[in-house]
Write a protein that binds this ligand. Structure first.
Ligand code: TPW
Ligand code: MG
Length: 543
């Protein structure tokens, strides 16, 4: 087999389901083998940022590797922001970049797509991926490919493979299978016993979960752990959508001052808060109004476990969860948390649409047709998603980059085979909304709900005096037809409900429901979030 076939087999064996990409001359030979070998389907999009977002979402939804293939320089630099987001949010995306062949670098000429030196790109990727390799030696390629792909799975972070275009056809041995690394059983046992002792001694133990639980395929086992212990589980903001549909005592999403006060208090007054795979970010915890002392929590993240002031190294999350399951018995005194209540039963009248109405309308739709996998962008659409029934969700809840929603929802449908629902603001839609034009060719039909407030509304919240936050009316719904979809612009709650109902029963084309929202009309969660952040940002008054 040749080098590319060896790589494709290795990707497939490690769970990759497809390749998203945009070719260029340095990558054409690679793309040719991908297409002709038929080992993994190839989905091309229009702009590289979307390729990165789609591959990232595929990785998130499936809990395996996502793959993004690009050309050297212009392609690879174009995808940097998407991969930076994947790094931050721990999504294992494999970036495969074409590159000049060995003899080309020696010509003395600057090569097209070259930024500074021929190594500049590699060095940029060292910063935003957890492992890298240049596949310029066919004999070493199998071990290099295994090292890099295994790092992606083990650390759940993006990795980088550079493929000189003269190497693709080189004869290559197969890549060894992935063998997950296990922690030292005695260290894992000691750690789990200590964690259990803290939980048992606590008056009010609580389990908080975030994306690592999904990335490492632990949702079922964590749900069982929570059930057996009988302690409430909450997700972080970033972890929203985890355990959707699982049989677990799920109490909702911790949002600090932006959330339900009872749930906030449950978490912040807990004396036994176990954070399983929770990213310690400001979006997860910055709104805690200083109530939460992270030093007093148990943190299992990045392959280590910290309790109080000491840390167990080399404890893979899966090993910890298994060891906890072995020791789990019902903690009799644990508090019970009520199941969250989300809005439903929209009054379908002539009133203008508020973000909360969209949550209500979607919940009504899910109640009738079953939940759909969700992809949300940054903006009030993501805060509105906190009022949706628990459903699988991918969103940039920590990195907070705009432009994720549409391509992520498209990648999500390709990866799961299920129709997705996409929530996106008008500002974010201006960035990557065009990608919907690829749906027809790709055979997918997501439902897009576009929150059109003619505004960068989140920015306006923080700086209302700035007129640059006013956006123009692009009449997005009218663009849908030529792009191969169905567009509906709705301005009342009745029109919103009717459009969603029709979209749900009409398959085969994407739907773009452009919901017109008056400027200044916010979801309750965003309103509380902004108030909380402003309060925290206010300089302390001198005594
Ligand atoms: C890639 C900064 C955060 S929120 C926001 C901006 C510009 C406005 C979002 O407008 P939209 O949603 O989509 O209409 P809404 O609900 O607020 O009206 N560039 C990138 N990412 C981020 N986060 C920004 C800028 C930003
Ligand atoms: Mg907007």
């Amino acid at each position: 087999m040749n080098l590319v076939e060896a790589l494709l087999h290795a990707l497939k064996a490690r769970g990759a389901g497809e390749i998203f990409g945009i070719p260029g001359d340095f990558a054409l030979p690679f793309f040719k083998i991908v297409e002709e070998s038929r080992l993994l389907p190839l989905h091309t999009l229009s702009h590289e940022p979307a390729v990165g977002f789609a591959a990232d979402a595929a990785a998130r939804f499936r809990g395996t590797l996502g793959v993004a293939a690009v050309t050297y320089g212009a392609g690879a630099f174009n995808i940097v922001n998407s991969i930076a987001g994947a790094f931050a949010e721990k999504s294992p995306v494999v970036v495969i970049s074409g590159a000049p062949g060995a003899h080309e670098g020696r010509s003395g000429l600057l090569l097209h797509h070259q930024a500074r030196t021929l190594d500049s790109q590699y060095r940029v990727y060292e910063e935003i991926t957890c492992a890298q390799a240049r596949l310029d030696d066919a004999a070493r390629a199998p071990t290099e490919i295994a090292r890099v792909l295994d790092a992606a799975l083990e650390q759940s972070r993006p990795v980088y493979l550079e493929l000189p275009r003269d190497m693709v056809g080189a004869a290559c041995a197969p890549v060894a299978a992935y063998r997950p690394r296990r922690g030292d059983p005695e260290a894992v046992a000691a750690c789990a016993s200590e964690v259990m002792a803290v939980l048992r001694a606590a008056r009010q133990p609580v389990l908080m979960i975030d994306v690592e639980v999904r990335r490492f395929g632990l949702e079922t086992r964590v749900a069982e752990l929570a059930r057996r212990l009988g302690i409430p589980v909450v997700t972080s903001f970033m972890g929203r959508g985890l355990l959707a549909g699982a049989d677990a005592p799920l109490a909702g999403t911790y949002l600090g001052v932006a959330g339900d006060p009872a749930l906030t208090s449950l978490v912040e007054t807990s004396d036994g808060l176990l954070l399983l795979g929770v990213i310690l970010s400001d979006t997860n915890f910055g709104v805690s109004a200083g109530m939460l002392d992270l030093r007093r929590t148990i943190q299992a993240l990045d392959g280590q476990v910290t309790l109080g002031f000491h840390t167990y190294r080399d404890i893979p999350l899966a090993d910890l969860v298994d060891a906890l399951l072995q020791r789990a018995d019902v903690i009799g005194h644990a508090v019970r948390a009520p199941a969250p209540a989300y809005p439903r039963g929209l009054t379908a009248d002539g009133a203008p649409i508020a973000p909360g109405d969209i949550a209500c309308a979607i919940n009504d739709l899910f109640a009738e047709h079953g939940p759909m996998p969700l992809a949300a962008d940054m903006g009030d659409c993501l805060f509105t998603a906190m009022d949706l029934d628990e459903s699988e969700l991918v969103a940039p809840g920590y990195y907070a980059g705009m432009g994720f929603g549409v391509p992520a929802g498209m990648g999500g449908q390709l990866a799961t085979g299920r129709r997705t629902m996409i929530l996106v603001g008008d500002g974010a839609f201006q960035m990557t909304g065009w990608e919907l034009g690829n749906c027809r060719r790709l055979g997918i039909d997501p439902i897009v709900v576009l929150f059109n407030n003619l505004s960068w509304e989140m920015l306006r919240c923080f700086q209302p005096e700035s007129r640059f936050n006013d956006l123009d009316d692009w009449r997005f719904a009218e663009l849908a037809g030529p792009l191969g979809g169905v567009g509906r612009r709705v301005t009342t709650r009745a029109e919103l409900a009717a459009a969603l109902a029709e979209a749900a029963i009409t398959r085969g084309r994407f739907w773009l429901i452009e919901a017109m929202i008056p400027r200044g009309s916010l979801s309750q969660t965003l309103e509380r979030f902004v108030r909380g952040v402003k309060r925290l940002q206010r300089p302390a008054r001198p005594a």
